[in-house]
Design a protein around this ligand. Sequence first.
Ligand code: AMP
Length: 429
Amino acid sequence: MTPTRPTGTQDLLPDSGRAPLNLRAQAFEHIRSVARHVLTHAGAARIETPMFEPTDLVQRGVGDGSDIVRKEMFSVSHAGSHGDAVLRPEGTAGVMRAYLQNGLSQRPSPVRLWTDGPMFRAERPQKGRLRQFHQVDYEVIGSAEPALDAEAVALMWDVITALGLTGARIRLGSVGAPRDREDYSAYLRDMLTPHAARLSPDSQARLERSPMRILDSKDSGDQALLTELAPRPLLERLGPDARAHFDQVCSLLRAWDMPFDIDPGIVRGLDYYTQTAWEVHHGGVGAKSALGGGGRYDGLAAALGGPPTPAVGWALGIERVLIAMDTEDLDVPLTGGPLLYVAALGPEHVALAGRAARLGRAVGACELAARPIKPSAALGHALRRGARVIGLVGDNEAERAEITLKELASGRQITIPITDLPGALEALA
Ligand code: AMP
């Protein structure tokens, strides 16, 4: 029986140019390189953190009551240990842990970091929702300036537009300062408690500790009750500091011509968010339409046991971006075949053909035939691979350490010392 991959995962295949973008390894590489370009030009440095982290770090970072922690964690165990580590469900907690543990606070503030890689959540798989998915993450740590929130939104937008997407929209909101959230939680609790019996069991459990999470509930009964009671959004109940912060972010985004809608309904699922919160949506992705989201998380460092450290950041879902690009008929540049396909005409020439390929790789992709073949067979292989030049090494060439090159498009043929190969390929590349 053919082996199969785990539910909710994808194989990213070598490009054919025909498969959907979210199944093509090269499309992932393209997004990473666009993100790298945009983010490094903004002063962000690359960081890499482990794919698994201590369970309690993720619990504290993502929030004990969140769906991710309650239902979606993949635990990592090995002989002699059980459940003390989990596959990371998102990148921020690990990056903040690395910042605290490695003393990055000693660097000039703010510290701008970026990373990308797989994240793991045991969700029910559907279009745009996987158990292993990939994110680009950008995090700015060490400053509470609203300009950094605005810059973070703008950089996320720049990555999306640099990919050619035109159908995305930014939705911007604020979850306020911790004090505003406490007040708002009390307001919601007072409003919902008399109707508690009509709430889903999940929401009833949240009523005491995190009533704001009820706003995020997917249960239709919960949503009907919320529509009926129509609580005022938190955005309309911000204290003066949070209001000023939000207004400053909005005015910078307007000054930079960022197209955004104010969305009072944005409630980030994670506990450590404060102030600015945003999502970028795209109609082509379907019900799960968020390409990415971000926000300020001034409470995270302290929640992880470090000194209070303000920070803002975002995550962009690579698979969702690729689905959006497919719906807009965007493509990514294909690498194409090798520059040179090199074949030995007899077993005694494999060493020299291999040397030629190694020299040529200083200039471009050079693929070595797997075994000695006849010139006609070599030509067939080269054509199928989309090579531009074929290189042959037979008895005549071997005598003087030469190689015969044939440019497939023009049919032009030359025989040169293999030491001249890089120069000859350079002229063609
Ligand atoms: P979050 O960390 O939940 O704010 O998610 C940020 C982005 O990651 C989302 O907007 C999606 O693009 C992507 N994402 C989150 N969960 C999944 C998933 N299960 N499958 C695919 N992409 C996801």
